[in-house]
Design a protein around this ligand. Structure first.
Ligand code: PGA
Ligand code: ZN
Length: 426
């Protein structure tokens, strides 16, 4: 079943509350109710290393509350204007609701009503549509003709960049248990290696405090040193480093250390070409299978060179440069930029546009990885979205902290209830 096959439904209530996210910043909890009594809520995520082209998150900028980060304006937009526009109105599909929200907002980047407001309504509507259908959310979201699939979890076990107060410039070092035989075994591999890494860090005298996504945030500057520790942890947990066991995925989030036309990382100042050569060496010395945002969002020529030199061997994922935007991803595919897109619902602002971005990747043989944000709630929508899209990849932080674990636990529940679902990379 897909959302395109829904019977007409009437929206009777839309309601938002200001709640806290995992970084203790305000965000939105949004509930949507239909005339038949179906109701569901959504918690809205929030990024820290955001792409400049992302749909706009509306903040109050009232320095008397939460340092200006309050979202009461977005709450008012939902409980006022959006409720007035949707309440009492009948729709045929989620796409119709999303189109109504986009039209009501009237801007190209959802800045008037706020992408945080719009995405909350969109996710809650998608979830409410699945209730009462007799199928689970992921089944409801699976487009006709698409084979749903349990994804390879990508556990971000070392945090740097904008997600931790250490001097590590690369933002994310992820465990990808590509060789695991099943989703539960992949989760176990991630959790056991995370525990082994904690022991190693402790034994070597590093702090084992956590960054925003639940990974450790040791005071290590060189990515090579982090990668060596991760390989040691994989081995000491009893797994094989590499694509037959646990491979490594990086998200340097290079836009964050790109200034004045150069990359400033680990004490070096490098050109795009030199960055690519560095990644080439890292991929020879360590079992790296995927690199996201290896270069900055506006370094298009660098991205073309990166794809030419590394694209055949390593998955290259665009995040800050693509911002889950179907038009930008279409353009990137035509220009041979990257080999995969990161997919974040709040980057584009509606579930319908997100499903569109995933469809474009699928139709073009381009990979996709569904992703959380560094600021999260206990909402597990992205676990169902990853399964429904059949993309085979989900990154949602370390196997630690409730807001990250909630997504992995949701995958475990789906795996248990649907043992015939395939697992692994597409
Ligand atoms: P963000 O980080 O949620 O802070 O943007 C995640 C990422 O860069 O992939
Ligand atoms: Zn990223």
């Amino acid at each position: 079943m897909s959302s395109a096959q829904c019977a007409p439904f009437e929206v009777t209530d839309v309601h938002a509350v200001e709640i806290l996210d995992s970084r203790s910043r305000p965000t939105l909890s949004v509930s949507v109710t239909f005339a038949d009594g179906s109701t569901a809520r959504a918690g809205v995520p929030s990024g820290a290393s955001t792409g400049s082209g992302e749909a706009v998150e509306l903040r109050d900028h009232d320095s008397a509350r939460y340092g200006g980060l309050g979202v009461l304006t977005a709450v008012t937009n939902i409980n006022g204007e959006i409720l007035a526009a949707l309440g009492g109105r009948s729709f045929d599909t989620l796409a119709d609701v999303d189109a109504a929200l986009i039209a009501l907002d009237g801007t190209a980047n959802k800045s008037r009503l706020g992408a945080n407001a719009i995405v909350g309504v969109s996710i809650a509507t998608a979830r409410a549509l699945a209730t009462g259908t007799g199928v689970e959310l992921w089944q409801h979201l699976t487009p006709a003709g698409v084979a749903a699939r349990l994804p390879i979890p990508h556990f971000n076990v070392v945090n740097g960049g904008a997600h931790a107060p250490n001097d590590l410039d690369f933002q994310e070092f992820m465990l990808a248990p590509i060789g695991a035989p099943s989703l539960p075994e992949a989760i176990r591999a991630g959790a056991e290696t995370y525990a082994a890494l904690k022991r190693l860090l402790h034994d070597k005298g590093y702090a084992t405090g956590l960054g925003d996504e639940g990974g450790f945030a040791p005071d290590i500057t060189r990515p090579e040193d982090v990668l060596a520790l991760i390989v040691e942890a994989i081995t000491s947990a009893g797994y094989t480093p590499g694509r037959d066991g646990i491979a490594i995925a990086l998200d340097p989030a290079a836009s964050e250390f790109y200034r004045d036309g150069a990359y400033h990382a680990a004490g070096q100042t490098l050109s795009s070409t030199e960055m690519i050569t560095w990644y080439e060496h890292l991929a020879v010395d360590f079992p790296i299978w995927s690199i996201e945002d290896g270069l900055a969002e506006n370094d298009e020529n660098g991205w073309i060179e990166l794809t030419q030199r590394l694209g055949a061997r390593i998955q290259l994922v665009g995040d800050d440069n693509f911002v889950t935007n179907p038009a930008i991803i279409t353009d990137a595919i035509a220009k041979n930029i990257a080999t995969a897109a990161l997919i974040k619902v709040n980057q584009i602002g509606t579930v319908t546009e997100t499903l569109d971005a995933l469809r474009i990747c699928r139709d073009n043989g381009y990979a996709a990885m569904v992703s959380h944000r560094s600021g999260e709630t206990e909402d597990t929508f992205i676990a169902d979205l990853a399964v429904a899209s059949g993309c085979g990849q989900l990154k949602t932080g370390a196997p630690a902290r409730g807001e990250r674990i909630a997504k992995y636990n949701r995958l475990l529940e789906i795996a248990d209830r649907h043992p015939a679902l395939p697992f692994g990379l597409r």
